[in-house]
Design a protein around this ligand. Structure first.
Ligand code: M6R
Length: 614
């Protein structure tokens, strides 16, 4: 949550910061602000989106060559102009941008108030900069040393960048728990700092990922100097970004979400490339080598994740248990981390996360690690905190996902998990050669099948017009399609604000059936699989109570279309990998309904792409 960006160089900082904030806006859009040094250190901030900031201060900002910017997802204090970042120190010589939460800010604030500090905002971040200012004055030390001392005393998560009026050729940055990337410009005296690489890639591919509890001094003359919290110098490691600018632009689509839905034939193919080759009987995730044997020997696999990633984990539970016979438990990371879970020797934890920054998933990893588990991370964002906190792992290679609703990241997660299941099953000899061939061939045909579903876009849009004004939706599925029902409901509610619930279809009779009447649309994922007959009974139960049924069926099904109100036909595939196909029409349905309701699907209210607070 919250996006931070900073610039130090020879160009107009304002332009770089505004562009960067627009790229980071998916991380939070309650308010936006920038601080620039020309002669003075000036702050410009505004409730609302980056566009509001631009309009309000158009022509009023100085031409500084150094600056910091922030786009906020509110935690402490309501979204308004005052709580917007950056925040000044009390003498207005320093300004801070902060992504994260300072848990002990209240006690620090009280101490500072006793010393005479006055606070304008309700934020923990303003307390943070006053605290640093106070340390610097009392210890008569450098700013970076004051930051380092402050970090030994604050509890919580942070990525910060500080701008100092007295030193306009320098930025001070630090992180713990929240991400921070430093881009090094071609001339070596130009630097770009950001929460992720998207504001940087346009200028440079050379980046340094700051590690937890490190303080970086970024100086026009001396470059990047990094110290850890014990003041020991660290050598920055320069990575080369594997990201193209086109990947973070809309490419002719109205919304990133639609672009990302339509990218799935390619993203799934990219994710499989070189990892799964049916004719060679090859299934290999190159990132899981050292600990592959731990996975083979595992008595139990525990999956920790949140939101859509948790749904991918549920599909994986069914698949891994079916084909490898290893018991799997799927846990909400937020529950797992607080309930003293039992982790036995030989358990392997799979942590799934698109952003690789989700605070609950990171904390679950730390807990499991401390209890001796091996952690395998499945992340989309390269170099993210979860990727780095894991012992080993596999990237999903879906490319940047900017829309808050996860679409291509979900199908890429599924793809990695299927490959993992296949490589494990092969090694454990728990599937036959024919089963392996059948599944891997079916996997190879998935990009084409997704394309066939995308061709139904207009048809799905028509169905959407009929349901755009309803207040509730129910999603039902069985077996491998049960998590798809959960995912369909989550997608609809988060972007259209229609209340939607997903259920295993047979659970409907234990309560939700009471909701069914002629007003209630029920999406049933009823593809031809081992629970086909059972789901037909569930459809009949809904129809008997006059519910409206939108059924996702296998192409050529003659029976279900005669019973329901609308059908969406998807191509056949093996039932275990059907979620890769059956989830696509539900993404489109949510998208169209939300657009027809006038919602901003890329930036739904109250949400952020990367949930770095618990
Ligand atoms: O980055 P992560 O995969 O760890 O994020 C987890 C959830 O916050 C995320 O999947 C969320 O539920 C999405 N907005 C769903 O579309």
């Amino acid at each position: 949550m919250c996006g931070i960006v900073a610039y130090l160089g020879e160009n107009n900082a304002y332009d770089v910061l505004i562009k960067g904030l627009k790229r980071l806006e998916y991380r939070g859009y309650d308010s936006a602000g920038i601080a620039l040094i020309d002669k003075d250190l000036s702050i410009f901030k505004k409730q609302g989106k980056v566009n509001d900031l631009e309009t309000t201060f158009s022509g009023k900002t100085p031409h500084g060559k150094v600056g910091i910017g922030h786009t906020r997802w509110a935690t402490h204090g309501e979204p308004n102009d005052v709580n917007a970042h950056p925040h000044y120190s009390s003498d207005k010589n320093l300004a801070i941008i902060h992504n994260g939460i300072i848990e002990n800010y209240d006690s620090i604030k009280k101490e500072l108030q006793q010393k005479g500090h006055q606070f304008l905002s309700e934020t923990d971040s303003e307390v943070f900069i006053h605290f640093i200012e106070d340390i610097q004055k009392n210890n008569k030390c450098s700013l970076d040393e004051a930051v380092r001392i402050a970090l030994t005393k604050v509890v919580g998560a942070y990525a910060i960048v500080i701008l100092s009026k007295d030193n306009p050729d320098q930025l001070i940055a630090a992180r713990k728990g929240s991400p921070l990337v430093i881009g090094i410009g071609a001339e070596n005296n130009e630097f770009f700092l950001a929460s992720d690489a998207t504001p940087i890639v346009e200028y440079t591919k050379n980046v340094v990922y700051l590690n937890d509890e490190e303080v970086a001094i970024i100086d026009k003359t001396t470059g990047i100097n990094i110290k850890n919290i014990e003041a020991i110098e660290q050598s920055p490691y320069v990575h080369t970004l594997d990201m193209e600018l086109e990947a973070i632009e809309k490419g002719g689509f109205d919304y990133f979400m639609l672009k990302e839905i339509f990218e799935q034939p390619r993203s799934v193919a990219d994710c499989m490339r070189g990892r799964l080759i049916s004719e060679k009987e090859h299934a290999l995730l190159g990132g899981i080598r050292k600990h592959f044997n731990d996975l083979v020997e595992a008595k139990r696999i525990i999956i920790v994740a949140c939101g859509t990633s948790w749904h991918a984990g549920l599909v994986a539970e069914y698949v891994i248990e079916e084909f490898t016979r290893t018991p799997v438990e799927v846990e909400y990371a937020s529950e797992f981390r607080y309930r003293n879970p039992i982790i036995n020797k030989g358990d392997v934890v799979l942590a799934i996360s698109q952003s690789g920054e989700t605070a609950d998933t990171l904390a679950a990893i730390e807990l499991a690690k401390n209890k001796g588990a091996i952690i395998l991370g499945i992340c989309n964002v390269v170099g993210s905190s979860i990727a780095r906190a894991s012992h080993e792992g596999a990237y999903t290679h879906a490319g940047p996902e900017i829309g808050v609703a996860s679409t291509k990241a979900f199908t890429a997660q599924l793809t990695v998990l299927y490959i993992l299941a296949l490589m494990l099953a092969k090694e454990k000899n728990t599937i036959t050669k024919n089963q392996f061939l059948e599944l891997s061939r079916q996997m190879e045909s998935i990009p084409d099948k997704i394309k066939q579903v995308l061709d139904l876009n207009d048809e799905i849009e028509k169905i959407s017009t009929l349901y755009k004004d309803v207040r509730n939706f129910l999603y039902l599925g069985r077996g491998y399609n049960f998590p798809v029902a959960l995912e369909g409901a989550l997608k609809l509610k988060e972007i259209s604000y229609i209340h939607a619930e997903g259920y295993p279809a047979a659970e409907m009779k234990h309560g939700p059936i009471a909701l069914i009447d002629k007003e209630m649309p029920v999406v049933v994922i009823a593809t031809r699989d081992s629970s086909y007959d059972k789901i037909i009974s569930n459809i009949q139960e809904v129809k008997a109570r006059q519910g409206k049924v939108i059924a996702v069926v296998t192409k050529g099904d003659a029976l279900i279309p005669s019973m329901v109100d609308h059908v969406i036909e998807v191509p056949p595939t093996h039932e275990a990998i059907m979620p890769l196909v059956s989830s696509i029409p539900l993404q489109l349905l949510s998208y169209h309904i939300a657009i027809m309701r006038g919602c901003n699907v890329d930036q739904p209210r109250n949400l952020a792409k990367s949930v770095t607070v618990e």
